[in-house]
Design a protein. Structure first.
Length: 197
């Protein structure tokens, strides 16, 4: 899936994001069994996990089902879009799709880390989207499974050019052993070893 264009973040974009992710639920809140479907393209809040993220204002798709329950509203469905990052081996730009399933309860007195807040007759989907997407995006994406990465010595991208650098280097944790010098055993030590055997 090709990445879709997104606008640069601005105060207007931040307000638009907040508006996109706030949903009126007066028709389902506290009305058990009442169901409404919500399909919407929204602008994402800035999301990042390490070097992977979703730029603020990038488009995301919401395909959700809202259902009234005794104490609030259950939201279930899918949030999808595209993440952007640098390849963890060669640092070239890379992007990929995500689609994450959600099933969450919004209630007036939410339980921390378990449910989300129902604010009167409105819910804010941003915290739910943030939590779900950050768990879904890859921690260390690659431009391809066989990416050769950068040369650790000269920095050339080994996917597009070769270099004459030595690729095998000793493990630095063992470097101190190279400085050790062992004296040959003395005559007395050889004699003791022989008598012990």
């Amino acid at each position: 899936m090709a990445p879709r264009q997104h606008v640069e973040a601005s105060p207007r974009t931040a307000r638009a994001i907040a508006r996109d992710l706030r949903v009126a639920v007066h028709d389902v809140a506290h009305r058990p069994g009442t169901i409404r479907h919500l399909e919407r393209e929204a602008r994402a809040p800035a999301l990042a996990a390490g070097t992977v993220g979703i730029p603020e204002g990038a488009p995301i798709d919401l395909d959700l089902r809202l259902e009234g329950v005794g104490k609030g509203v259950v939201v279930e469905g899918f949030v999808s879009g595209a993440w952007v990052a640098e390849c963890s081996r060669c640092l070239t730009a890379v992007t990929g799709p995500f689609s994450v399933e959600v099933h969450e309860l919004f209630e007036e007195q939410p339980i921390e880390s378990e449910t989300y807040r129902l604010e009167g007759e409105e819910i804010d989907l941003e915290p739910m989207v943030r939590d779900a997407v950050l768990l879904e995006i890859p921690p260390a994406p690659l431009c391809s499974d066989d990416c050769a990465g950068l040369c650790p010595t000269c920095g050339v991208d080994r996917n597009v050019a070769s270099c004459d650098c030595t690729t095998e280097s000793p493990d630095p944790r063992w470097a101190a052993l190279g400085d050790l010098a062992f004296d040959p055993p003395t005559t007395d030590a050889r004699a003791r070893t022989a008598s012990d055997s």
